[in-house]
Design a protein around this ligand. Structure first.
Ligand code: SAH
Length: 409
């Protein structure tokens, strides 16, 4: 074989070295060692053979039974994911490493995010900071802490200080998920401002403006992962458009750039109130309907309503692998009804944020719905989450969003 065809040895992120440093250690099973060698970054509790010296939230040296070092991890004493790898070598100063990774995450966004002052600045494993999520909404930052290690005071202090230095936000807020804190056996905490007093601002994505207020309703703020999909949808959208599960109206407002008429539907009145204020902010006329999307689709298709563009962006139907079948039935019902209402030449934008529904499963579900609806589809785009939600190919759990755009014949 000529040299340029020589096989390049697979080099995993996690290297072996000989001497583990002093300090807390965790010994892991051979199965976990093999998983790490393939590039994954999690070790499940059942694969931890000993972690006696590790306090909750500690940075630990990870070794196999023979004492060989595989790197350093953040330890959780309660999560099923007991260890989350953060380095292939020893880590002497975790707050310093955290600061460096915050700066790198910011540089990555500066390289990749266009036409937006709102994006996910830190996406947990995707930015090598497992257990941490930070979103930027113009001059307000919103953070979520999901693990014991990230909740420790030195980590929090370093994070807030580095974010303040780099971005000079007006405020930094924390959104607390009480259930996650309970699972991590962390003391309860309130959501609220950590720095500054301003709770609201206006942010921009693809030239569309949105209100943001950390005191408002849902835990999310905005669905920043759809940012690039909004712009893509707007490229194909035309005629009369329906945005189902519209939340604050992000798809609807993007569709309004090219469509003659846009209707947004959501079951949450507070979400629609924000959507309406967003329409005003962008000087757009959009019809908002408070309804259960399933019922509305049934009524509208029975009444023979037709559309040129339909967006389906429901909440995650499959929260666990166990309800995958039920979830796929839910997705199929929605897609089938939407397809029946689309005119020839129409556009379907259909999304799923359930990690457990794979892209092939999702495509197959739409194909089945199309057969039942007697429609022929052509796949225009197979999309995923925006690039500020980085996907690690060796960590499949980092990829969760599907957004397919079809042309209907
Ligand atoms: N498309 C939105 C995000 C949608 S999130 C965006 O890009 O910003 C899912 C939304 O579905 C939430 O706003 C929730 O209120 C709404 N929802 C959940 N169940 C619903 C139902 N059965 N009918 C209508 N809306 C529903």
């Amino acid at each position: 074989m000529p040299p340029h065809h020589a096989r390049v040895a697979h080099r995993p992120i996690v290297r072996e070295s000989v001497a583990p440093p002093a300090g807390p250690k965790a010994v892991i099973s051979l199965r976990a060692v093999n998983r790490l060698k393939l590039g994954h970054v999690w070790v499940y509790r059942s694969d931890v053979l000993s972690s006696a010296s590790a306090a909750p939230g500690a940075v630990v040296a990870v070794t196999d039974e023979r004492g060989r070092l595989f790197g350093s991890a953040l330890y959780s004493s309660s999560s099923q994911i007991a260890l989350r790898m953060i380095s292939s070598g020893p880590v002497a100063d975790f707050p310093a490493l955290l600061r460096e990774r915050v700066r790198k995450a910011l540089a990555y966004r500066e390289k990749l995010v266009r036409d937006a002052d709102a994006y996910r600045l830190i996406f947990s494993e995707g930015d090598f900071l497992p257990g941490l999520i930070v979103d930027r909404y113009n001059d307000i930052l919103s953070l979520q802490i999901l693990t014991q290690a990230m909740d420790a005071e030195p980590a929090r202090d370093a994070l807030i200080d580095e974010l303040s230095k780099q971005l000079k936000p007006i405020s930094i807020a924390e959104r607390v998920d009480a259930h996650i804190r309970e699972l991590e056996q962390l003391p309860p905490r309130e959501s609220g401002l950590l720095i500054g007093e301003q709770a609201g601002t206006v942010f921009t994505m693809n030239g569309v403006r949105f209100h943001f207020d950390i005191r408002e309703g849902q835990k999310t703020g905005a669905f920043l992962d759809q940012r690039e999909n909004y712009a893509a949808a707007a490229q194909y959208a035309h005629g009369e458009a329906l945005d189902l599960f519209c939340y604050h109206g992000a798809f609807a407002l993007h569709l309004a750039k090219t469509c003659s008429q846009v209707t947004g539907v959501d079951s949450s009145r507070p979400a629609l109130e924000v959507a309406d204020r967003n329409a005003l902010l962008n000087q757009r006329e959009i019809e908002w309907i408070e309804a259960n999307a399933f019922d509305l689709l049934k009524d509208y298709s029975a009444a023979g309503r037709q559309y040129d563009t339909i967006v389906l962006d429901p909440p995650a139907f499959a929260k666990t692998r166990k309800n995958l079948e039920t979830a796929l039935r839910g997705y199929k019902e929605l897609n089938l009804r939407a397809l029946k209402m689309l005119r020839p030449g129409g556009t379907l934008v259909t999304c799923s944020c359930s990690y457990h529904v794979s892209e092939p499963d999702f495509v197959a579900m739409v194909a089945e719905a199309a057969r039942d609806a007697h429609k022929t589809l052509r796949l225009l785009e197979r999309r995923t989450q925006a690039k500020d939600h980085p996907i690690l190919p060796c960590v499949p759990e980092t990829a969760y969003l599907k957004c397919l755009i079809f042309d209907i014949t």
